[in-house]
Design a protein around this ligand. Sequence first.
Ligand SMILES: Nc1nc2c(ncn2[C@@H]2O[C@H](COP(=O)(O)OP(=O)(O)O)[C@@H](O)[C@H]2O)c(=O)[nH]1
Ligand SMILES: [Mg+2]
Ligand SMILES: [Zn+2]
Length: 304
Amino acid sequence: MGMVTKSTGSWYEVDAGHGQVLKCRLRGKIRLDDAGKTNPVAVGDHVMVHLDDHEEAVITEILPRTNHIIRKATNLSRQQHVLAANIDQVMIVASLSRPKISPGFIDRYLVTTEAYGIHSILVLNKLDQWSAQEVEQANELRSIYTNAGYSVFCTSAIRGDGLDSVRDHLSSKITLISGFSGVGKSSLLNKLFGHLNLKTGEVSQFSRKGTHTTTFAQMFTPEPDLRIIDTPGIKEWGLADISGYELGHHFPEFRSYLPQCHFNTCTHAHEPQCAVREAVEGGKIPRQRYKSYLSMLLNEDNRA
Ligand SMILES: Nc1nc2c(ncn2[C@@H]2O[C@H](COP(=O)(O)OP(=O)(O)O)[C@@H](O)[C@H]2O)c(=O)[nH]1
Ligand SMILES: [Mg+2]
Ligand SMILES: [Zn+2]
């Protein structure tokens, strides 16, 4: 038995334990039985491996997953690509500027992880570059997301600020790292785990015309029991199937108000006697989060 650490679609790297890494193929018999999925095996999958007659390692069985994250193959396609499986948490990295932070984008990531039942932590990086105004913005973001139940860390991958707390939150876990290109994901990992030697400051893979874009995740194990899944070139994942009524449940700070709405099918957009809207008016739910909620509710494209 082992864990898939890399998948290219035609072959797979499987960590079989005790430092043994096998390059495997997939047994022909395992089909894409789950209609609509483009890949049967994802990084993080637990698999059974056998050596065939030619001494080749072959994946013969995929064990049940505790969770998975899906990325739509393309925007228009209904095909889905399983990005990673069996992950403990998602670490969302953002910088305030260069590239500019998009709270709407962070909220979409968070709703998606909530829908998958996966916990998230948030890292605001490049604090060595923050202006006084950006320090203020970071404090506000920290309060908004801490209030919603997420751990928030302010870091500098260059100077090393805040990295001990991040390391504590990564230990003994499998963490998928997400965030815009250029926010400092690889720099953070290099500073935390010097021997990883990840390339930094790369041009976004999407902007390099003619280059084959790799959309496959890769797992690193910088310390025993501490695993990181990097998703190079992947800007966003597809949202899980979430109905308008459900959406509010994926904003943790809305939850205590939901049972108090007059209509039990309330979408908190226009209905009378809505406890969520009252909480926004009363300053108990941050306006910025409510704004994200409305834009996700009203923009069908943002939903499955
Ligand atoms: N000033 C400053 N620059 C950073 C920091 N972290 C990353 N960078 C720079 O931001 C650029 C992108 O970093 P990289 O780690 O490749 O980002 P990734 O695309 O998210 O992996 C590089 O030029 C890094 O040197 C930081 O904490 N402070
Ligand atoms: Mg990188
Ligand atoms: Zn309501």
